[in-house]
Ligand binder design. Structure first.
Ligand SMILES: Cc1ncc(COP(=O)(O)O)c(C=O)c1O
Length: 394
């Protein structure tokens, strides 16, 4: 087998299961899971209807890059949302959720004949790391901590590393910190990418989960357009319907950006063999073309954050994130795994230890001392969990 497989690390949820394997839930409390970032709000009925009405399309092989109508719907959404003009013919690839795209794009991009580096924020979404290893690259972790306002400090990256860098992953809004990059942050990253000739892979699957209707997160394509970088040189964005439309099981997303990267990536995908089934394409067109259900989704998340932040803040270090559905909460003890275990045993709540999402840099795991709390459960469950956490003493 491919020896690079042995480089991959156990997934955070595998580690969480091992951590809690011998723990017992208290008898008197209902279990509430706030560990997995799986949306729990209902999927829109019109998306379900589109799936039903188009099920005959399962009789046909779908095209590698879907029907043009889906790419046109995505392009129209990108223009409405970001004011970015993205060509549906040359600058958009559809994918089965952003996870497989983050992985497969890395395989298509990395030139393993050179000593390649992939820069990854830490804490981070673990797919970036596995994608780098399996592409034959070395992942190099950049801490995103309270000290650097949860943004990669590019000045701290050694010149020698930047010279080897082929890809930088950025996650904005961030899983797990909820941090959103502003225009100036994007401009700095574009400048660095130009100087060292690397690609920016912008993971934006949480872009539609924000709290201020008048102030949505700035995306990489938007920033590029505003900065006059209309060819999106060295920029690709990964986006998805999973969180926006509560359809994580539908597996629908897209990659958009630099046509010079999109073309060979599409070639790669011909062999990757991951085309989107016809009924899912139709349902995706419906989902990208409607904003009402996304506003309702945001309303529910906002309600949950407004309850959770003040209550959980009694025993944890929490703040309102810029966006996303996560709280990145400072634990009262440094050992976040111990905190998560005790919370499970005493209050029947599962959260994810932060240290599972980070990697040690110079002997320090920047995600230690945090837990990630996904406010995905129902409003009632989040209220109940917040109350229990507000009373939780170690
Ligand atoms: C940061 C981040 N990126 C990408 C994904 C992948 O989502 P999907 O494949 O459903 O689009 C997730 C899923 O939780 C995520 O947290």
């Amino acid at each position: 087998m491919n020896p690079d497989l042995s480089l991959t690390r156990p997934y955070p949820f595998t580690r969480l299961r091992a951590l809690l394997a011998n723990s017992k839930l208290p008898d008197c409390l209902e279990h509430i899971s706030l560990s997995i970032g799986e949306p729990k709000h209902p999927m829109p009925s019109f998306v379900m209807k589109a799936l039903d009405e188009n099920s005959k399309l399962f009789e046909k092989y779908p095209a590698t890059n879907s029907a043009p109508e889906l790419r046109e719907a995505i392009s129209a959404w990108l223009f409405k949302r970001y004011g970015a003009k993205v060509d549906p013919l040359t600058e958009i690839v559809t994918c089965n959720g952003s996870r497989e795209a983050l992985f497969s794009f890395t395989q298509a991009l990395v030139d393993r004949t050179r000593d390649a580096v992939v820069l990854i924020p830490s804490p981070f979404y673990q797919i970036y790391e596995g994608a780098a290893y399996l592409a034959g690259a070395t992942p190099v972790y950049c801490p995103t901590t309270v000290e650097n306002n949860f943004i990669i400090d590019t000045n701290a990256i050694p010149e020698e590393t930047l010279k080897r860098t082929q890809l930088l992953f950025v996650c904005s809004p961030s899983n797990p910190t909820g941090k959103v990059l502003n225009l100036e942050d994007w401009a700095n990253l574009f400048e660095l990418a130009d100087r060292y000739n690397f690609v920016i892979g912008s993971d934006e699957c949480y872009s539609e989960i924000y709290f201020d209707e008048d102030n949505p997160p700035v995306g990489a394509l938007q920033a590029a357009s505003q900065l006059g970088r209309n060819d999106f040189d060295k920029i690709v964005v990964f986006s998805s319907l999973s969180k926006r439309s509560n359809v994580p099981g539908m597996r629908s997303g897209f990659v958009a950006g630099d046509a010079k990267l999109i073309k060979p990536y599409l070639l790669y995908r011909t062999y990757h063999g991951c085309s989107m089934p016809g009924p899912i394409q139709k349902a995706s067109i419906a989902a990208w073309s409607d904003e009402e259900h996304v506003r309702e989704n945001r309303r529910l998340y906002k309600e949950k954050f407004q309850t959770a932040v003040p209550l959980m803040g009694k025993t944890l270090g929490v703040w309102m994130p810029d966006a996303s559905f996560y709280l990145w909460a400072r634990t009262p003890i440094e050992d976040d795994q111990e905190y998560a275990k005790k919370l499970y045993e005493q209050k029947a709540i599962t959260v994810l230890p932060g240290s599972f999402l980070g990697r040690e840099i110079n002997g320090v795991n920047p995600a230690r001392g945090y837990v990630r709390i996904a406010l995905v459960a129902t409003v009632e469950e989040v209220k109940e969990a917040s109350k229990r956490i507000s009373e939780f003493q170690l």
